[in-house]
Design a protein around this ligand. Structure first.
Ligand code: FES
Ligand code: FES
Length: 168
């Protein structure tokens, strides 16, 4: 069991505490926007989500270590300025890397509203389709419009967690 807030909703995962957050999100919470790219080795960034305000590789995080955490996935960033800028810049080819890139850059923008090129280059995320120039234009669009909202998920009153488990 592990309780956390995901996109503002209190969830209790009825799973082994060693379960990677990636699979808890996808298989139990049906939040399939978060992708697996590299087989859970922490090398591609496709599985990036935001945990307590920082980008995190969900394939490397056991849910048992996340008790009480605040998790944001790509589903929670649907109206984020970066998401809208990515759409405006047509920065999507196959789209497989985009959920992870969006979470990683959204977290970066919260900490550094006008990130330097080196900060973007330092992200662990990889794109096989070569959309990085359009990603950069999207980031410039957001940076030029001012800092995004400080938190992608608004505070919510305490909730009774919904218990989620994998389908049988
Ligand atoms: S799936 Fe590649 S870093 Fe997590
Ligand atoms: S858009 Fe295809 S991997 Fe990035």
């Amino acid at each position: 069991m592990a309780r956390m807030r995901v996109n503002g909703q209190a969830l209790e995962f009825a799973l082994d505490p060693a379960t990677p957050l990636l699979w808890a999100l996808r298989d139990a919470a049906n939040l399939t926007g978060t992708k697996q790219g590299c087989g859970g080795t922490g090398q591609c960034g496709a599985c990036t989500v935001i945990v307590d305000g920082s980008a995190a590789l969900s394939c490397t995080l056991a849910i048992g270590t996340l008790e009480g955490a605040d998790v944001t996935t790509i589903e929670g960033l649907a109206n984020h300025p970066l998401t809208l800028a990515l759409i405006a810049e047509d920065a999507i080819q196959c789209g497989f890397c985009l959920p992870g890139f969006t979470c990683a850059v959204a977290a970066l923008l919260q900490q550094s509203p006008r990130p330097a090129a080196e900060q973007i280059d330092a992200l662990p995320n990889r794109c096989a389709c070569g959309m990085q120039p359009r990603l950069r234009r999207a980031i410039e669009r957001v940076a030029g419009a001012g800092a995004p909202e400080p938190s992608p998920t608004p505070p919510a009153p305490p909730q009774t967690p919904e218990i989620v488990s994998p389908p049988r």
